[in-house]
Design a protein around this ligand. Structure first.
Ligand SMILES: [Zn+2]
Length: 216
């Protein structure tokens, strides 16, 4: 014993007082289930995602957030950059800070239905997004991808969007696995401001008609 371990300062009298103050625990033997090695961290707030909060109730353009966002200001819509045929926006439900999406303005569900110029600009904006993320937050890896259709995992299947997720070593710790919770150290507005400010200098993309924040 070094005398530094937690609890070594407790006295029998204090332990007894703490025990007296604690509410009586129900005997777990009176409930169904087998005890195991896991702790449970209850996250009822996650139900808003599971229940599909903010998801459009139909596949039309009227309720589609990817059609609505470009009509908002860059700051309000969390838009990082706008091209001629597609734009770059922060994901409202990020896996990591700087989780971006590259989205065509056109309400189109399938990658094969994109026009050749749309494919080219989405690719170019994806490169720009990766360059800007490298310059601002030095990720050591990326996940790129399109979840095509609801079966493919798309949250909003009616409007195609390509994810750009920066990755760092050790970024996926135990929290998403045991708690269904992703800790995020930076708020969305601050992330958008930093990426939009870096876009003109670091994106290096010819497809960008104008950087974010310059609309009139
Ligand atoms: Zn749409």
């Amino acid at each position: 014993m070094t005398g530094l371990e937690p609890g070594t300062g407790a006295t029998p009298a204090r332990d007894a007082a703490d025990a007296a103050a604690a509410p009586p625990a129900e005997d777990p033997a009176s409930f169904a289930g087998d005890a195991d090695a896991f702790q449970r961290l209850w996250t009822p707030h996650r139900m808003v995602y599971i229940d599909g909060a903010d998801k459009p109730t139909d596949a039309g353009e009227q309720r589609c957030p990817f059609c609505t966002v470009p009509r908002r200001s860059d700051v309000d819509g969390l838009v990082v950059a706008r091209g001629a045929l597609a734009y770059v926006v922060l994901n409202l439900y990020p896996y990591n800070p700087g989780h971006l999406m590259v989205v065509p303005y056109r309400h189109v569900a399938g990658y094969p239905e994109l026009t050749t110029p749309e494919v080219a600009e989405i690719g170019s904006l994806t490169q720009g997004a990766m360059r800007v993320l490298r310059a601002t937050s030095a990720p050591t890896g990326f996940n790129l991808g399109v979840n095509q259709g609801q079966t493919g995992g798309a949250g909003i299947a009616a409007h195609l969007h390509q994810h750009v997720v920066p990755r760092w070593g050790g970024d996926a710790n135990f929290m998403p696995i045991v708690a269904g919770t992703k800790p995020l150290p930076q708020l969305l507005g601050a992330t958008r401001d930093a990426l939009a400010a870096a876009w003109a200098e670091h994106s290096g993309s010819d497809a960008v008609a104008r950087p974010a924040g310059t609309e009139t």
